[in-house]
Ligand binder design. Structure first.
Ligand SMILES: Cc1cc2nc3c(=O)[nH]c(=O)nc-3n(C[C@H](O)[C@H](O)[C@H](O)COP(=O)(O)O)c2cc1C
Length: 242
């Protein structure tokens, strides 16, 4: 009877959490992350399309663009961009390989999304989960203006629709490659950023890579555990103004 009651309570709790949103309850954040939401939610992205510009056309059209219209991106745009960044493209001998190369296929990079203007997605900071091609909510609210200040007052960032922020968990790579693994992380971030540039060109979106930011403040904004994870590089994405 006691067991039945516990199961019923758990089911009722899950039903309430689901009713608050059309997204699925995922996990509870650690208690020391006070700004984080109580129940993280997960949003499945549409399947990415395998069409668009040729790679040659995308290379020709790629440019760093810093002026954006205040228009939102769609979930379809987001799906393409995150797939280009770290989507799973192949599974080989049980291990999943991604869109960008990674030394030893160790994948030290994590992808965060700062979503201020995306139709169908609540404003907030999300983490990309390649395995399910979904994003998980980390914290709610608009953050691009705060990000502009963190990036040494590059205020054009506030006008973007979203930012894709790469962080690294260096131990994933250094446990195999020692100190040399630290270099690999920055090389890998370059691969990911170029994929985002080319995908943006193909979608006729505007992007720019940003390497100038205050580490401590960005760690705080992303609510990451700074003992193991560090921000590396980011891309701002928007609808081009011209
Ligand atoms: C490692 C790196 C860091 C960069 N950081 C910034 C930045 O903080 N802010 C910015 O507006 N552009 C930044 N850029 C973009 C460059 O300014 C841009 O690539 C350069 O002006 C060449 O223009 P193109 O990308 O259109 O060819 C960065 C580019 C790289 C590769």
């Amino acid at each position: 009877m006691k067991r039945f009651l516990m199961v019923a309570l758990l089911m009722a709790y899950t039903a309430v959490a689901c009713a608050q949103s059309d997204v699925h309850p995922q996990h509870t954040q650690p208690q020391n992350q006070q700004e984080s939401v109580q129940i993280a939610v997960s949003v499945e992205l549409p399947k990415p399309e395998m069409s668009g510009l040729t790679v040659e056309q995308a290379i020709m059209q790629r440019r760093s663009v810093r002026t954006y219209l205040p228009n939102p991106l769609t979930l379809a745009h987001l799906s393409q961009l995150l797939f280009a960044a770290q989507g799973i493209t192949h599974t080989e001998n049980g291990s999943a390989l991604r869109s960008a190369p990674s030394a030893g296929a160790l994948y030290p990079l994590e992808i965060y999304l700062v979503a201020d203007r995306i139709t169908g997605l609540e404003k907030g900071i999300y983490k990309y989960i390649p395995q399910s091609h979904s994003v998980e909510l980390i914290s709610r609210g608009e953050h691009l203006e705060e990000l502009s200040v963190i990036c040494y007052n590059q205020m054009f960032i506030a006008n973007g629709s979203c930012a894709i922020v790469m962080t690294a968990i260096p131990s994933r790579t250094t446990r195999v490659y020692n100190e040399r693994g630290l270099r690999y992380i920055y090389m890998e971030a370059g691969h990911v950023s170029e994929n985002i540039y080319l995908q943006s060109a193909s979608l006729q979106l505007a992007t720019v890579a940003v390497g100038a930011f205050r580490d401590q403040q960005l760690k705080k904004m992303l609510l990451i555990d700074e003992s193991e994870e560090t921000p590396v590089y980011l891309n701002i994405i928007g609808v081009p103004a011209q």
